[in-house]
Design a protein around this ligand. Structure first.
Ligand SMILES: [Zn+2]
Length: 504
Protein backbone atom coordinates (compact mmCIF):
# COMPACT_ATOMS: atom_id res chain seq x y z
CA UNK A 1 0.00 0.00 0.00
CA UNK A 2 3.00 2.27 0.28
CA UNK A 3 3.77 1.50 -3.32
CA UNK A 4 0.93 3.33 -5.05
CA UNK A 5 1.49 6.58 -3.16
CA UNK A 6 5.23 6.50 -3.74
CA UNK A 7 4.67 5.62 -7.38
CA UNK A 8 2.47 8.63 -7.87
CA UNK A 9 5.03 10.87 -6.18
CA UNK A 10 7.75 9.46 -8.41
CA UNK A 11 5.60 10.11 -11.45
CA UNK A 12 5.33 13.75 -10.41
CA UNK A 13 9.11 13.94 -10.00
CA UNK A 14 9.43 12.38 -13.45
CA UNK A 15 7.15 14.93 -15.09
CA UNK A 16 9.01 17.79 -13.43
CA UNK A 17 12.29 16.43 -14.73
CA UNK A 18 10.89 16.12 -18.26
CA UNK A 19 10.08 19.78 -18.26
CA UNK A 20 13.64 20.52 -17.13
CA UNK A 21 15.02 18.20 -19.79
CA UNK A 22 13.15 19.93 -22.59
CA UNK A 23 14.83 23.21 -21.79
CA UNK A 24 18.38 22.00 -21.24
CA UNK A 25 20.83 19.24 -21.97
CA UNK A 26 19.81 16.05 -20.17
CA UNK A 27 23.46 15.13 -19.68
CA UNK A 28 23.72 18.13 -17.39
CA UNK A 29 20.83 17.11 -15.14
CA UNK A 30 22.22 16.38 -11.71
CA UNK A 31 19.07 16.50 -9.62
CA UNK A 32 18.49 13.25 -7.82
CA UNK A 33 15.02 11.71 -8.33
CA UNK A 34 14.88 10.20 -4.82
CA UNK A 35 17.18 7.18 -5.02
CA UNK A 36 15.61 3.91 -4.01
CA UNK A 37 17.01 0.70 -2.60
CA UNK A 38 17.30 -2.15 -5.13
CA UNK A 39 14.32 -4.49 -5.07
CA UNK A 40 15.32 -7.67 -3.27
CA UNK A 41 12.20 -9.66 -3.99
CA UNK A 42 10.40 -8.52 -0.86
CA UNK A 43 6.81 -7.37 -1.14
CA UNK A 44 7.38 -4.99 1.76
CA UNK A 45 9.72 -2.83 -0.36
CA UNK A 46 8.20 0.64 -0.46
CA UNK A 47 9.00 1.41 -4.09
CA UNK A 48 10.16 -0.23 -7.29
CA UNK A 49 13.19 0.93 -9.28
CA UNK A 50 11.19 0.29 -12.46
CA UNK A 51 9.22 3.46 -11.66
CA UNK A 52 12.30 5.52 -12.54
CA UNK A 53 12.28 4.08 -16.05
CA UNK A 54 9.65 6.69 -16.81
CA UNK A 55 12.43 9.28 -16.78
CA UNK A 56 13.66 8.02 -20.17
CA UNK A 57 10.27 8.15 -21.87
CA UNK A 58 8.71 10.95 -23.87
CA UNK A 59 5.95 12.69 -21.86
CA UNK A 60 3.33 11.13 -24.14
CA UNK A 61 4.55 7.55 -23.51
CA UNK A 62 5.34 7.54 -19.77
CA UNK A 63 2.35 5.22 -19.25
CA UNK A 64 4.02 2.57 -21.44
CA UNK A 65 6.26 1.66 -18.47
CA UNK A 66 3.29 0.61 -16.34
CA UNK A 67 1.87 -1.35 -19.27
CA UNK A 68 5.12 -3.37 -19.59
CA UNK A 69 6.23 -3.74 -15.98
CA UNK A 70 7.29 -7.39 -16.21
CA UNK A 71 9.72 -7.14 -19.12
CA UNK A 72 13.30 -8.26 -18.31
CA UNK A 73 15.00 -5.77 -15.99
CA UNK A 74 18.78 -5.37 -16.14
CA UNK A 75 20.51 -3.55 -13.29
CA UNK A 76 24.20 -3.08 -14.10
CA UNK A 77 26.84 -1.29 -12.04
CA UNK A 78 30.49 -0.98 -13.02
CA UNK A 79 33.56 0.94 -14.15
CA UNK A 80 34.83 1.76 -17.64
CA UNK A 81 38.55 2.28 -18.11
CA UNK A 82 38.94 3.57 -21.70
CA UNK A 83 42.75 3.40 -21.71
CA UNK A 84 42.67 -0.05 -20.12
CA UNK A 85 40.02 -1.08 -22.70
CA UNK A 86 37.74 -2.64 -20.07
CA UNK A 87 34.25 -2.46 -18.58
CA UNK A 88 34.11 -4.31 -15.28
CA UNK A 89 30.60 -4.66 -13.89
CA UNK A 90 28.01 -6.61 -11.96
CA UNK A 91 24.68 -7.29 -13.64
CA UNK A 92 21.49 -8.40 -11.94
CA UNK A 93 18.77 -9.54 -14.32
CA UNK A 94 15.25 -9.99 -12.98
CA UNK A 95 12.89 -11.72 -15.37
CA UNK A 96 9.57 -13.53 -15.48
CA UNK A 97 9.49 -16.85 -17.31
CA UNK A 98 7.07 -16.02 -20.14
CA UNK A 99 8.58 -18.65 -22.45
CA UNK A 100 5.59 -20.96 -22.13
CA UNK A 101 7.66 -23.81 -20.69
CA UNK A 102 9.47 -24.62 -17.44
CA UNK A 103 13.18 -23.81 -17.78
CA UNK A 104 15.94 -26.03 -16.39
CA UNK A 105 18.72 -23.74 -17.65
CA UNK A 106 19.41 -20.24 -18.93
CA UNK A 107 21.53 -19.09 -21.83
CA UNK A 108 23.19 -15.69 -22.20
CA UNK A 109 24.64 -14.32 -25.44
CA UNK A 110 28.15 -12.85 -25.13
CA UNK A 111 28.47 -10.74 -28.30
CA UNK A 112 32.02 -9.46 -27.59
CA UNK A 113 33.22 -13.09 -27.91
CA UNK A 114 32.09 -13.37 -31.56
CA UNK A 115 35.26 -13.65 -33.68
CA UNK A 116 34.17 -10.62 -35.78
CA UNK A 117 33.91 -8.44 -32.66
CA UNK A 118 37.51 -9.07 -31.63
CA UNK A 119 36.79 -8.53 -27.93
CA UNK A 120 36.20 -10.61 -24.84
CA UNK A 121 33.45 -11.00 -22.25
CA UNK A 122 34.35 -13.17 -19.26
CA UNK A 123 31.99 -13.98 -16.41
CA UNK A 124 33.84 -14.49 -13.13
CA UNK A 125 30.92 -15.48 -10.92
CA UNK A 126 27.20 -16.17 -11.08
CA UNK A 127 24.29 -16.43 -8.68
CA UNK A 128 20.75 -17.62 -9.32
CA UNK A 129 18.25 -16.32 -6.78
CA UNK A 130 21.18 -15.66 -4.45
CA UNK A 131 22.74 -19.12 -4.76
CA UNK A 132 26.13 -19.54 -6.45
CA UNK A 133 25.91 -21.14 -9.90
CA UNK A 134 28.37 -22.57 -12.42
CA UNK A 135 28.91 -20.82 -15.77
CA UNK A 136 29.62 -23.08 -18.74
CA UNK A 137 30.69 -21.60 -22.07
CA UNK A 138 29.44 -23.00 -25.38
CA UNK A 139 29.76 -22.11 -29.07
CA UNK A 140 33.32 -20.79 -28.75
CA UNK A 141 32.27 -18.71 -25.71
CA UNK A 142 29.47 -16.88 -27.58
CA UNK A 143 27.03 -18.63 -25.24
CA UNK A 144 27.13 -18.85 -21.44
CA UNK A 145 24.95 -21.56 -19.91
CA UNK A 146 23.66 -21.69 -16.33
CA UNK A 147 21.88 -24.82 -15.11
CA UNK A 148 19.21 -24.52 -12.43
CA UNK A 149 19.09 -26.83 -9.45
CA UNK A 150 15.30 -26.99 -9.95
CA UNK A 151 13.28 -25.92 -13.02
CA UNK A 152 11.82 -22.41 -13.14
CA UNK A 153 8.06 -22.67 -13.41
CA UNK A 154 6.05 -20.80 -16.05
CA UNK A 155 5.45 -17.20 -14.87
CA UNK A 156 7.93 -17.53 -11.96
CA UNK A 157 10.32 -14.61 -11.32
CA UNK A 158 14.05 -15.32 -11.26
CA UNK A 159 17.07 -13.17 -10.44
CA UNK A 160 20.48 -13.87 -11.97
CA UNK A 161 23.58 -11.94 -10.89
CA UNK A 162 26.70 -12.07 -13.05
CA UNK A 163 30.10 -10.44 -12.46
CA UNK A 164 31.80 -9.81 -15.77
CA UNK A 165 34.63 -8.00 -17.54
CA UNK A 166 34.37 -6.90 -21.16
CA UNK A 167 37.53 -6.06 -23.08
CA UNK A 168 37.48 -4.15 -26.39
CA UNK A 169 40.01 -4.07 -29.23
CA UNK A 170 41.82 -0.85 -30.13
CA UNK A 171 43.38 -1.83 -33.45
CA UNK A 172 42.53 -3.72 -36.63
CA UNK A 173 39.06 -2.18 -36.70
CA UNK A 174 38.69 -2.38 -40.48
CA UNK A 175 38.98 -6.17 -40.30
CA UNK A 176 36.41 -6.43 -37.52
CA UNK A 177 32.68 -5.72 -37.24
CA UNK A 178 34.11 -2.53 -35.76
CA UNK A 179 31.38 -1.46 -33.35
CA UNK A 180 33.12 -2.74 -30.19
CA UNK A 181 36.17 -0.53 -30.25
CA UNK A 182 38.40 2.12 -28.69
CA UNK A 183 39.52 4.58 -31.38
CA UNK A 184 41.63 6.81 -29.13
CA UNK A 185 38.77 9.27 -28.47
CA UNK A 186 35.83 7.01 -27.70
CA UNK A 187 35.23 3.54 -26.33
CA UNK A 188 32.19 1.92 -27.86
CA UNK A 189 30.39 -0.89 -25.98
CA UNK A 190 27.37 -2.20 -27.95
CA UNK A 191 25.65 -5.26 -26.41
CA UNK A 192 28.74 -5.67 -24.26
CA UNK A 193 26.94 -7.29 -21.29
CA UNK A 194 25.50 -10.83 -20.98
CA UNK A 195 22.18 -10.64 -22.88
CA UNK A 196 19.54 -13.26 -22.09
CA UNK A 197 19.02 -15.49 -25.14
CA UNK A 198 15.57 -15.72 -26.73
CA UNK A 199 13.44 -18.72 -25.81
CA UNK A 200 10.01 -19.90 -26.79
CA UNK A 201 8.24 -23.07 -25.70
CA UNK A 202 11.48 -24.42 -24.25
CA UNK A 203 13.47 -23.88 -27.48
CA UNK A 204 16.44 -21.53 -27.29
CA UNK A 205 17.75 -19.48 -30.22
CA UNK A 206 21.51 -19.98 -29.88
CA UNK A 207 22.46 -19.53 -33.55
CA UNK A 208 25.69 -17.63 -34.09
CA UNK A 209 24.66 -14.46 -35.92
CA UNK A 210 25.85 -13.72 -39.45
CA UNK A 211 27.75 -10.42 -39.32
CA UNK A 212 26.70 -9.26 -42.81
CA UNK A 213 23.77 -7.54 -41.07
CA UNK A 214 22.44 -6.57 -37.66
CA UNK A 215 23.21 -9.00 -34.87
CA UNK A 216 20.72 -8.54 -32.04
CA UNK A 217 17.10 -9.64 -31.87
CA UNK A 218 15.75 -9.26 -28.36
CA UNK A 219 12.47 -8.45 -26.60
CA UNK A 220 12.09 -5.00 -25.08
CA UNK A 221 13.64 -4.74 -21.63
CA UNK A 222 14.47 -2.06 -19.06
CA UNK A 223 18.03 -1.12 -18.12
CA UNK A 224 19.23 0.73 -15.02
CA UNK A 225 22.97 1.21 -15.50
CA UNK A 226 25.46 2.96 -13.20
CA UNK A 227 28.95 3.55 -14.55
CA UNK A 228 32.08 5.18 -13.16
CA UNK A 229 34.33 6.78 -15.80
CA UNK A 230 37.31 9.17 -15.77
CA UNK A 231 36.02 12.74 -15.52
CA UNK A 232 37.87 13.67 -18.71
CA UNK A 233 35.25 11.64 -20.61
CA UNK A 234 31.49 11.93 -21.18
CA UNK A 235 29.14 8.95 -20.95
CA UNK A 236 26.63 8.58 -23.79
CA UNK A 237 24.20 5.67 -23.96
CA UNK A 238 20.80 4.26 -24.65
CA UNK A 239 18.37 6.11 -22.36
CA UNK A 240 18.71 9.17 -20.18
CA UNK A 241 21.06 10.20 -17.39
CA UNK A 242 19.30 10.59 -14.03
CA UNK A 243 22.24 11.43 -11.77
CA UNK A 244 25.91 12.34 -12.07
CA UNK A 245 28.19 12.15 -9.02
CA UNK A 246 31.65 13.65 -9.63
CA UNK A 247 34.86 13.16 -7.63
CA UNK A 248 38.22 14.78 -8.32
CA UNK A 249 39.17 12.24 -10.97
CA UNK A 250 36.00 10.32 -11.81
CA UNK A 251 32.27 10.67 -12.27
CA UNK A 252 29.59 8.10 -11.60
CA UNK A 253 26.67 8.32 -14.00
CA UNK A 254 23.35 6.57 -13.60
CA UNK A 255 21.22 5.97 -16.68
CA UNK A 256 17.73 4.54 -17.16
CA UNK A 257 16.73 3.24 -20.58
CA UNK A 258 12.96 3.02 -20.71
CA UNK A 259 11.61 0.20 -22.91
CA UNK A 260 14.46 -0.74 -25.26
CA UNK A 261 15.65 -3.89 -27.05
CA UNK A 262 19.30 -3.57 -26.13
CA UNK A 263 21.68 -1.28 -24.29
CA UNK A 264 24.69 0.54 -25.76
CA UNK A 265 27.35 2.34 -23.72
CA UNK A 266 29.71 4.87 -25.27
CA UNK A 267 32.34 6.93 -23.47
CA UNK A 268 33.94 9.77 -25.37
CA UNK A 269 36.16 12.83 -25.10
CA UNK A 270 34.43 14.37 -28.15
CA UNK A 271 32.29 17.54 -27.78
CA UNK A 272 28.62 17.71 -28.77
CA UNK A 273 25.85 19.92 -30.13
CA UNK A 274 22.15 19.52 -29.22
CA UNK A 275 18.68 20.32 -30.44
CA UNK A 276 15.20 19.66 -29.05
CA UNK A 277 12.55 18.29 -31.42
CA UNK A 278 8.96 17.64 -30.26
CA UNK A 279 10.16 17.17 -26.66
CA UNK A 280 13.10 14.88 -27.54
CA UNK A 281 16.70 16.06 -27.10
CA UNK A 282 19.10 15.04 -29.90
CA UNK A 283 22.82 15.14 -29.05
CA UNK A 284 25.49 14.84 -31.75
CA UNK A 285 28.99 14.00 -30.44
CA UNK A 286 31.39 14.90 -33.22
CA UNK A 287 35.01 14.14 -34.17
CA UNK A 288 37.89 16.40 -35.27
CA UNK A 289 36.24 19.53 -33.82
CA UNK A 290 34.18 19.55 -37.05
CA UNK A 291 31.25 21.53 -35.65
CA UNK A 292 29.94 22.46 -39.13
CA UNK A 293 29.43 18.81 -40.03
CA UNK A 294 28.00 18.16 -36.58
CA UNK A 295 25.37 20.87 -37.08
CA UNK A 296 24.58 19.49 -40.52
CA UNK A 297 24.03 15.98 -39.10
CA UNK A 298 22.01 17.41 -36.22
CA UNK A 299 19.82 19.26 -38.73
CA UNK A 300 19.20 16.11 -40.81
CA UNK A 301 18.35 14.08 -37.71
CA UNK A 302 16.09 16.83 -36.33
CA UNK A 303 14.16 17.05 -39.59
CA UNK A 304 13.90 13.26 -39.78
CA UNK A 305 12.60 12.98 -36.23
CA UNK A 306 9.97 15.66 -36.94
CA UNK A 307 8.86 13.96 -40.17
CA UNK A 308 8.67 10.45 -38.67
CA UNK A 309 6.86 11.68 -35.52
CA UNK A 310 4.20 13.02 -37.88
CA UNK A 311 4.04 10.33 -40.56
CA UNK A 312 4.61 7.21 -38.41
CA UNK A 313 4.09 8.09 -34.76
CA UNK A 314 5.82 9.75 -31.83
CA UNK A 315 9.39 8.66 -30.99
CA UNK A 316 8.74 7.32 -27.49
CA UNK A 317 11.93 8.48 -25.71
CA UNK A 318 13.09 11.86 -24.49
CA UNK A 319 16.62 11.49 -25.89
CA UNK A 320 18.39 10.37 -29.07
CA UNK A 321 22.19 10.37 -29.26
CA UNK A 322 24.49 10.27 -32.29
CA UNK A 323 28.16 9.32 -32.02
CA UNK A 324 31.08 8.41 -34.30
CA UNK A 325 33.78 5.77 -34.23
CA UNK A 326 36.96 5.54 -36.27
CA UNK A 327 37.23 1.77 -36.56
CA UNK A 328 36.95 2.09 -40.35
CA UNK A 329 34.58 -0.85 -40.73
CA UNK A 330 30.95 0.28 -41.26
CA UNK A 331 28.97 3.34 -42.35
CA UNK A 332 26.31 3.59 -39.68
CA UNK A 333 24.62 1.24 -37.24
CA UNK A 334 21.50 1.77 -35.19
CA UNK A 335 21.28 0.98 -31.50
CA UNK A 336 18.31 1.73 -29.27
CA UNK A 337 18.37 5.47 -28.58
CA UNK A 338 21.89 5.87 -29.98
CA UNK A 339 23.22 5.88 -33.54
CA UNK A 340 26.83 5.02 -34.39
CA UNK A 341 28.32 6.56 -37.53
CA UNK A 342 31.69 5.92 -39.09
CA UNK A 343 34.11 8.81 -38.62
CA UNK A 344 35.41 8.13 -42.16
CA UNK A 345 31.93 8.63 -43.50
CA UNK A 346 31.08 11.64 -41.34
CA UNK A 347 30.06 14.27 -43.88
CA UNK A 348 32.62 13.12 -46.44
CA UNK A 349 30.20 11.14 -48.62
CA UNK A 350 27.49 12.55 -50.94
CA UNK A 351 24.81 10.33 -49.35
CA UNK A 352 25.68 11.30 -45.78
CA UNK A 353 22.20 12.85 -45.40
CA UNK A 354 20.57 9.55 -46.45
CA UNK A 355 22.77 7.67 -43.99
CA UNK A 356 21.84 9.93 -41.07
CA UNK A 357 18.14 9.67 -41.95
CA UNK A 358 18.28 5.89 -42.41
CA UNK A 359 19.71 5.24 -38.96
CA UNK A 360 17.17 7.60 -37.37
CA UNK A 361 14.39 5.68 -39.18
CA UNK A 362 15.59 2.46 -37.55
CA UNK A 363 14.38 3.74 -34.18
CA UNK A 364 10.83 3.09 -35.44
CA UNK A 365 11.65 -0.05 -37.41
CA UNK A 366 14.04 -2.31 -35.47
CA UNK A 367 13.87 -0.76 -32.04
CA UNK A 368 10.27 0.16 -31.24
CA UNK A 369 8.84 -2.39 -33.69
CA UNK A 370 11.22 -5.35 -33.55
CA UNK A 371 11.77 -8.28 -35.89
CA UNK A 372 14.18 -11.18 -36.27
CA UNK A 373 17.10 -9.32 -37.86
CA UNK A 374 18.83 -12.52 -38.93
CA UNK A 375 15.92 -14.55 -40.31
CA UNK A 376 13.87 -11.61 -41.65
CA UNK A 377 16.18 -8.60 -41.91
CA UNK A 378 14.03 -7.21 -44.74
CA UNK A 379 11.16 -6.49 -42.30
CA UNK A 380 12.97 -3.54 -40.69
CA UNK A 381 15.37 -2.70 -43.55
CA UNK A 382 12.62 -2.30 -46.18
CA UNK A 383 10.63 0.19 -44.10
CA UNK A 384 13.75 1.92 -42.78
CA UNK A 385 15.07 2.38 -46.31
CA UNK A 386 11.61 3.70 -47.18
CA UNK A 387 11.90 6.31 -44.41
CA UNK A 388 14.46 7.97 -46.72
CA UNK A 389 11.56 8.44 -49.18
CA UNK A 390 9.22 9.76 -46.49
CA UNK A 391 11.94 12.21 -45.46
CA UNK A 392 12.71 13.26 -49.06
CA UNK A 393 8.97 13.77 -49.78
CA UNK A 394 8.53 15.99 -46.72
CA UNK A 395 11.83 17.89 -46.66
CA UNK A 396 12.86 18.14 -50.32
CA UNK A 397 9.59 17.59 -52.19
CA UNK A 398 7.83 14.75 -53.95
CA UNK A 399 10.31 14.74 -56.87
CA UNK A 400 13.15 14.06 -54.43
CA UNK A 401 11.15 11.13 -53.05
CA UNK A 402 10.74 9.70 -56.55
CA UNK A 403 14.48 10.19 -57.13
CA UNK A 404 15.17 7.98 -54.10
CA UNK A 405 12.91 5.30 -55.56
CA UNK A 406 14.72 5.60 -58.89
CA UNK A 407 18.06 5.06 -57.13
CA UNK A 408 16.75 1.98 -55.32
CA UNK A 409 15.42 0.67 -58.63
CA UNK A 410 18.73 1.22 -60.44
CA UNK A 411 20.58 -0.62 -57.68
CA UNK A 412 18.13 -3.52 -57.64
CA UNK A 413 18.24 -3.73 -61.46
CA UNK A 414 21.79 -5.09 -61.12
CA UNK A 415 20.34 -8.42 -60.03
CA UNK A 416 16.64 -8.21 -60.95
CA UNK A 417 15.50 -11.48 -62.60
CA UNK A 418 18.96 -13.05 -62.25
CA UNK A 419 19.81 -16.07 -60.12
CA UNK A 420 20.96 -13.66 -57.37
CA UNK A 421 17.45 -12.19 -57.15
CA UNK A 422 16.01 -13.86 -54.04
CA UNK A 423 12.61 -13.47 -52.43
CA UNK A 424 12.58 -10.92 -49.61
CA UNK A 425 11.82 -13.63 -47.06
CA UNK A 426 15.35 -15.02 -47.21
CA UNK A 427 17.46 -15.58 -44.07
CA UNK A 428 20.68 -13.57 -44.02
CA UNK A 429 22.72 -16.79 -44.26
CA UNK A 430 21.22 -17.51 -47.71
CA UNK A 431 22.02 -14.08 -49.21
CA UNK A 432 25.45 -13.27 -50.63
CA UNK A 433 27.39 -10.47 -48.93
CA UNK A 434 27.46 -8.46 -52.19
CA UNK A 435 23.72 -8.70 -52.84
CA UNK A 436 22.49 -8.39 -49.23
CA UNK A 437 21.75 -4.66 -49.42
CA UNK A 438 20.32 -4.86 -52.97
CA UNK A 439 17.69 -7.36 -51.81
CA UNK A 440 17.09 -6.48 -48.18
CA UNK A 441 17.19 -2.67 -48.53
CA UNK A 442 16.36 -1.75 -52.12
CA UNK A 443 14.08 -4.56 -53.25
CA UNK A 444 12.49 -4.24 -49.81
CA UNK A 445 11.84 -0.52 -50.27
CA UNK A 446 10.48 -1.12 -53.79
CA UNK A 447 8.00 -3.62 -52.30
CA UNK A 448 6.81 -0.93 -49.87
CA UNK A 449 6.49 1.49 -52.80
CA UNK A 450 4.47 -1.08 -54.75
CA UNK A 451 2.04 -1.21 -51.80
CA UNK A 452 1.88 2.60 -51.78
CA UNK A 453 1.12 2.64 -55.52
CA UNK A 454 -1.67 0.08 -55.17
CA UNK A 455 -3.48 1.44 -52.10
CA UNK A 456 -2.98 5.17 -52.74
CA UNK A 457 -1.59 8.07 -50.71
CA UNK A 458 -4.29 8.33 -48.07
CA UNK A 459 -4.41 4.61 -47.25
CA UNK A 460 -0.61 4.35 -47.25
CA UNK A 461 -0.33 7.24 -44.79
CA UNK A 462 -2.87 5.49 -42.55
CA UNK A 463 -1.11 2.12 -42.92
CA UNK A 464 2.15 3.53 -41.51
CA UNK A 465 0.35 4.94 -38.47
CA UNK A 466 -1.70 1.78 -37.86
CA UNK A 467 1.37 -0.46 -38.19
CA UNK A 468 3.24 1.58 -35.59
CA UNK A 469 0.32 1.98 -33.18
CA UNK A 470 -0.53 -1.74 -33.29
CA UNK A 471 2.99 -3.17 -32.99
CA UNK A 472 4.99 -0.89 -30.70
CA UNK A 473 7.40 -2.92 -28.48
CA UNK A 474 6.44 -6.17 -30.23
CA UNK A 475 8.47 -8.48 -32.48
CA UNK A 476 6.70 -8.96 -35.82
CA UNK A 477 7.16 -10.60 -39.20
CA UNK A 478 6.17 -9.28 -42.61
CA UNK A 479 2.49 -10.07 -42.24
CA UNK A 480 1.98 -7.26 -39.70
CA UNK A 481 2.47 -4.55 -42.33
CA UNK A 482 0.16 -6.42 -44.73
CA UNK A 483 -2.53 -6.39 -42.02
CA UNK A 484 -2.04 -2.65 -41.37
CA UNK A 485 -2.14 -1.82 -45.10
CA UNK A 486 -5.23 -3.95 -45.71
CA UNK A 487 -7.10 -2.40 -42.79
CA UNK A 488 -6.25 1.05 -44.20
CA UNK A 489 -7.28 0.33 -47.80
CA UNK A 490 -10.01 -2.23 -47.19
CA UNK A 491 -8.49 -4.11 -50.12
CA UNK A 492 -6.34 -7.13 -50.87
CA UNK A 493 -2.56 -6.72 -51.12
CA UNK A 494 -1.78 -10.39 -50.53
CA UNK A 495 -0.75 -10.82 -54.21
CA UNK A 496 2.01 -8.22 -53.72
CA UNK A 497 3.21 -10.02 -50.59
CA UNK A 498 3.17 -13.38 -52.38
CA UNK A 499 5.13 -11.96 -55.29
CA UNK A 500 7.79 -9.84 -53.52
CA UNK A 501 8.15 -11.54 -50.16
CA UNK A 502 7.40 -15.20 -50.85
CA UNK A 503 8.65 -15.19 -54.46
CA UNK A 504 5.50 -16.90 -55.77
ZN1 LIG B 1 19.45 -0.28 -42.00
Amino acid sequence: MHRSLVSRLLALVAITLFITACGSNPAAITSDPSPVAPLKGSETTTTNPRDEQRLAMHPSTVGDIDAHRDVPFYQISGTIDPQGLTWQAQQTLTFVNHSGAALDRLYFRLYPNLPDMGGDLSISSAQINGVAALVQYEADRYIARLDFPAPIAIDATTTVTLDFVTTVPNEGGADLFGTLYFDGQSISLPTAYPLLANTQGGDWDLAIPNSNGDLVTSPVAMYDVTTTIPNTYTLVSTGTTTTTSPTETTQTVRVVSGLQRDFMLFVTSNPYVSAVVDGTTINMYYPNNDIDSANLALGYASAALRVFNTTIGQYPYNELDMVTSNSGSFEGIEYPGILLYSQDYFNTQPDFEDLVVHEVGHQWFYNVIGNDVQQRAWVDESLTTYTQVLYADAVHGIDAGRKQIQMFSTDYDQIRDTSDDLKLDSPIDTIGEDTYSLITYYKGALYIDAIRSQIGEQAFAQALKTYYADNRYAIVDGTAFVAAAQSACDCDIQPLYNQWVLGE
